[in-house]
Design a protein around this ligand. Structure first.
Ligand SMILES: Nc1ncnc2c1ncn2[C@@H]1O[C@H](COP(=O)(O)OP(=O)(O)OP(=O)(O)O)[C@@H](O)[C@H]1O
Ligand SMILES: [Mg+2]
Length: 217
């Protein structure tokens, strides 16, 4: 099972849009796919029209008392399952902190899923916290949607340095520009810098598109 996390310290940059669309394409291509909505806002859960309630909340799940399997739901798409978010995920840091090895706990919870799924997409909440440290251990690949602004590049550098300190257990960082609007001078200038960056950007850029914006409509 390959674990992809859509992650950025910043909010509102396209993490959820990336996770749900790639998961859909993955399932369409025949891979057994699971999305784990780790964000208490529950946007991915909302997109898949799944009820956002986990029995016993995040506490039992995160502490490994209940197992992940019973919380998994099917979606309207064949081969695509969802582990819905629960509002109690806002306390996930606290529950992780009480585990034996907090940063290893998410990876440990995922172990039983390795034979069931080919691809797992972790839709991460914005911020950098104990939850993200757990994600960095569990994920093989961090997909980092990045809006082309100077501040976004600074945040990307922060992430890169934070992960460098943690080598060799770091996931591969794959940042890409998204919500690109070529009418904006700043977007044109920043995307032109791509080749000079510490962390190379993927070649694919996601344009700003009202079709994506209307996804939930
Ligand atoms: N390529 C795009 N073009 C236009 N709108 C987009 C695009 N990608 C995402 N959006 C819209 O931007 C908003 C934020 O996107 P999304 O929810 O995917 O970001 P996020 O990083 O997951 O946010 P959060 O940090 O709150 O979880 C949403 O309303 C979404 O529909
Ligand atoms: Mg999101």
């Amino acid at each position: 099972m390959k674990v992809f996390a859509t992650y950025n310290i910043k909010g509102g940059v396209g993490k959820t849009a990336t996770a749900v669309n790639l998961a859909y394409l993955s399932a369409l291509g025949g891979a057994r796919t699971l999305v784990w909505d780790l964000d208490p806002q529950g946007a991915a859960t909302f997109y898949f029209r799944v009820k956002a309630k986990i029995k016993g909340g995040s506490k039992k799940l995160i502490r490994g008392k209940t197992g992940i399997d019973p919380a998994i739901r099917g979606t309207d798409f064949s081969g695509l399952d969802l582990l819905p978010a629960d509002f109690s995920y806002r306390h996930m840091d606290i529950h992780l902190e009480r585990a034996k090895r907090p940063t290893q706990q998410l990876a440990r919870l995922l172990l039983p899923l390795t034979l069931q799924y080919d691809h797992l997409f972790l839709d991460c909440p914005p911020s950098i916290s104990l939850v993200s440290d757990g994600i960095f251990v569990a994920a093989d690949i961090l997909l980092v949607p990045t809006i082309p602004t100077t501040l976004s590049l600074r945040t990307l550098r922060q992430l890169h340095r934070h992960l460098e300190d943690r080598a060799p257990t770091t996931p591969k960082i794959l940042p890409f520009f998204c919500m690109v609007d070529r009418r904006k001078k700043l977007h044109r200038q920043v995307t032109a810098l791509a080749e000079e960056l510490e962390v190379p950007m993927l070649e694919t850029e996601i344009p700003y598109s009202s079709v994506v914006e209307q996804m939930a409509g």
